[in-house]
Design a protein around this ligand. Sequence first.
Ligand SMILES: Cc1ncc(COP(=O)(O)O)c(C=O)c1O
Length: 405
Amino acid sequence: MSISQLARSIKASPTLKLNEAAAKLRERGEPVIHLGGGEPKSKAPLDAVLNCAAQLNTGEIRYAPADGLPALKKAVIRYTEDYYHHRVHPENVIVSSGAKQAIMMLLYSILEPHDEVVFPAPYWVSYPEMVRLAGGVPVAVTPEDGTFHPTMKEIDEVVGSQTRAIILNSPNNPSGAMYSREFIAEIVRYCEKKDLWLVMDDLYNRLVFDGQQAPNPYEFADDLGPASKLVVVQGVSKMYAMTGFRIGWALANPEVIEAMTNIQGHQTSGPVTVSQWAAIGALSGVQTSIVTLRLTLENARNVMVDRLLTIPGLHIHKPQGTFYCFPDFSAYERNSLKLAEFLLDKVRVVAVPGKEFGMEGHLRLSYCGAMKEIMEGVERIKWALDPNSPNEIFIGDRRLVRDWA
Ligand SMILES: Cc1ncc(COP(=O)(O)O)c(C=O)c1O
């Protein structure tokens, strides 16, 4: 069998691999705690479920336009007015099968072979692979000061004649860090000046804590006309806990939306129609579920961070949003894959290695699961790592004895 060079250059999703390993252990009755998750556990909003069910009940589920149902585009336009205070038109909107597909369609539409796409590290695991799939070259910028906030100087140092786009994800998966208003203002103007695409992956921007709000990129743009290269990506996956519906969208200039629509039309013919009706329900219905989710996650963040801080030597920046925390474990082990395997092997806790996000020494721990699991998961990690911990603990009725230094 011969597999293409392109396919061979694409890595499997690390989270999927971990899920498989954890599922196998669970099948054997092992008490696995999963802190590697990427989706809230709450239910989809009732308005989403009812709207979707009503469409299903008609029994007539047909193709929709490749760029999305007009009613969903209308709901997206309203959402953009409400939360970005920015007016867009149907020709500025494409609905895709998740934010992931929206980003992929965009990269296919704007990249020439070997064009570079810049993004700060730590980054969402899919960016490098998606850029490669579209024929581009991923370029990660790692902040030198050990924070998760790159400076404009660091970005400028890697931007060159081959650079076509910058992707920002804020608040960020995996760090939970939110870039400052000043930084967003500067980068919007920088991209306009340099004629670069700026992709704002805003998927988590309603899940922000401590009374803060994610900066609005449109506020800083001088040119929002048909030549604007500012693209905002959004979706229902995280804010409405609707990951399985697979609905996201991009807002951009009409020319690129048309190009994305042409590609999407040939690739999938557009997202699943009943899912689009669910998204219309979510966007047009009662919005309290987002507030409830945000408050639940903020509380879970506090519990996780407080407990992590009791582990000596751990370096931790308090996440400002999302449902991820990205502590630095290098005081214990710099090889994050080795550390993740050690924790799964010894104390049955799943964490995602920082290496996958472009930052060694860290682990991504999610606080989107049950509170009991968050508390016990961190307790087990502490026990496994802290040499001052007692020599044994109980996991359920199983006694674990430390047999490592
Ligand atoms: C930063 C970021 N962007 C995009 C996505 C993709 O979201 P969707 O489920 O809408 O495809 C994810 C999902 O984990 C993400 O973390």
